[in-house]
Design a protein around this ligand. Structure first.
Ligand code: FMN
Length: 286
């Protein structure tokens, strides 16, 4: 089987998992290429028997650039794919929404894999509960998933349709309500307005080149940032080596503080089920 693993990753968690899935697929005697989502021309997907798409969770679902990528994919006649994701405490409806878009393109999702990963979000504390994830156990689980996924695809083709994962939209939780409300329009209002301080900007292009959706242009005067299509990841602000991107997070921090309790609750539940291993004392996170 010829597999393509496509991933979006900013802080490296999803990339780690993508590489381990690729390793597992190669271990299983199949071919596997790997590519960053921004570099993938959707026309090439026809050359592969199985497609994997990996993403971080943003705002309890898949980020806008991943959704747009799937929307650009050509219709198939039931080609198999799998989805994977890294997240902080709550994966939310990430897989449901990815599957929803993939079905429209007549892809069949035959497997899912998710892992906790260190989350770093500008409006939360610097050290978060998920520090040191994905850990060795999750890394191994990703490799095992890779080793099994081609076989699962074959078995589904041979009629074992009970292996096909089922997806349920979760609607009545605090996070599901937030996720539904956080449309790109609302995010635009809720997010601080970023400014590029031209006295500090040395036009190193770090922000521009790392923007997943090309929503930054520092080569014009005045420089442009958070242009149409911005996915509100705030990665540009985090990366700028000169601290030239300015944002006032005071209001966002206040608004999001209540969520931390919800995250800890979800992680404690996951811990009880053996799905999460903490490497930091929750009480120390403020
Ligand atoms: C803007 C933003 C929103 C996020 N929203 C969520 C979320 O809703 N649920 C969650 O569990 N993690 C959330 N995270 C954390 C990321 O999913 C997590 O850090 C992910 O593993 C990052 O993947 P990467 O290292 O491949 O970039 C968010 C991170 C960012 C930057």
């Amino acid at each position: 089987m010829n597999v393509l693993v496509i991933y979006f990753s900013q802080t490296g968690g999803t990339e780690k998992i993508a590489k381990m899935i690729q390793k597992g697929i190669l271990n299983s005697g199949n071919k596997c290429e790997i590519a960053k989502i921004k570099s993938v021309d959707t026309n090439c997907l026809k050359d592969f028997d199985l497609i994997g798409i990996g993403t971080p969770t943003f705002f309890f679902r898949e980020p806008i650039n991943v959704r747009t990528f799937i929307q650009k994919m050509k219709n198939t006649d039931g080609k198999h794919c799998f989805v994977f994701c890294t997240h902080g405490s709550l994966i939310g409806n990430t897989f449901f929404y990815m599957n929803e878009e993939l079905i429209k393109k007549r892809y069949l999702v035959v497997g899912t894999f998710d892992s906790y990963s260190e989350s770093s979000i500008q409006f939360y504390p610097k050290i978060m509960h998920t520090i040191k994830h994905p850990d060795d156990i999750e890394i191994k689980e990703a490799e095992n998933f890779g080793e099994s996924i081609c076989d699962i695809s074959l078995r589904v083709k041979n009629g074992e349709i009970d292996l096909i994962p089922k997806f349920e939209l979760i609607e009545n939780t605090w996070w599901a309500k937030q996720s539904k409300a956080l449309t790109p329009e609302l995010l635009r209002k809720f997010y601080p307005k970023f400014k590029i301080n031209i006295d500090n900007c040395v036009k190193c292009l770090t922000c521009q080149e790392s923007c997943p959706v090309d929503a930054i242009n520092v080569e014009v005067n005045p420089p442009e940032i958070q242009k149409e299509g911005c996915i509100f990841c705030a990665y540009c602000e985090k990366l700028c080596p000169e601290g030239a991107i300015e944002a006032d997070w005071t209001m966002t921090r206040k608004g999001a503080k209540g969520n931390l309790k919800g995250y800890v609750k979800a992680l404690r539940e996951a811990e009880l089920q053996g799905k999460f291993r903490p490497y930091v004392d929750y009480e120390k996170i403020i």
